[in-house]
Design a protein around this ligand. Structure first.
Ligand code: HEC
Length: 176
């Protein structure tokens, strides 16, 4: 008797779970916005950039910095300067660091702001800013990452300078 009463509940939960699994896990794999190919010009992370990315994850930079330019009014300025982010831009990213909060600026194009071609001054600025943001921006709420080793600061800088830098390889007309 008891079994008969429980059975419909078990069946109902199975259906519910099955529907949720299909909708949330299986179906997204078939959507067109899932990147199966990297964006044109995108290059995989170098060894030092990958190490820097690991530090970025470990230090929780993602809690204050987003890495996405959305197609919404609030991002109009970013979109005009750098273009809207596409799924393929994140082809090599795992875990994803899109971020949901902007306590600080969006960093998805930071490598086009502090370009590699600038050379030492750009690196010196980024490293100095990691060590103590207040030296450059007295009101900054960004923590001082002064406990990172020289190597870690250098790797982190390589990573930050890689963000969006690859977009410069792309001829204008291929930007969609
Ligand atoms: C508590 C929030 C917070 C955290 C955590 C944080 N930041 Fe920031 N970040 C900010 C704010 C606010 C600014 C803008 C003010 C400034 O320039 O310091 C900023 C600015 C920056 C800039 C832009 C500098 C410039 O002038 O172009 C970079 C690059 C940066 N952060 C990288 C990082 C990295 C890498 C980490 C992790 C190691 C990190 N941030 C962690 C809040 C944060």
């Amino acid at each position: 008797m008891r079994f008969i009463r429980v059975l419909p509940i078990v069946i109902a939960f199975s259906i519910l779970f099955g529907a949720a699994f299909t909708g949330l896990v299986i179906a997204p794999g078939f959507t067109s916005t899932v990147a199966r190919t990297p964006s044109v010009g995108l290059v995989a992370y170098s060894t030092t950039e990958a190490r820097g990315r690991h530090i970025y994850v470990r230090e929780g930079c993602v809690y204050c910095h987003s890495q996405q330019v959305r197609n919404v009014k609030a991002d109009a300025n970013l979109a005009e300067s750098f273009g809207v982010s596409k799924a393929g831009d994140y082809y090599y990213d795992l875990p994803h660091l899109l971020g949901t909060s902007r306590q600080g600026p969006d960093l998805s194009n930071e490598g086009r702001v502090w370009r590699r071609e600038i050379g030492e001054p750009a690196r010196d600025y980024l490293i100095g800013h990691f060590i103590n943001p207040r030296d450059y921006n007295p009101n900054s709420i960004m923590p001082a990452f002064d406990y990172l080793s020289k190597q870690e600061l250098s790797d982190l800088t390589d990573y930050i300078q890689s963000l969006g830098a690859w977009k410069d390889n792309v001829p204008q007309q291929e930007e969609t």
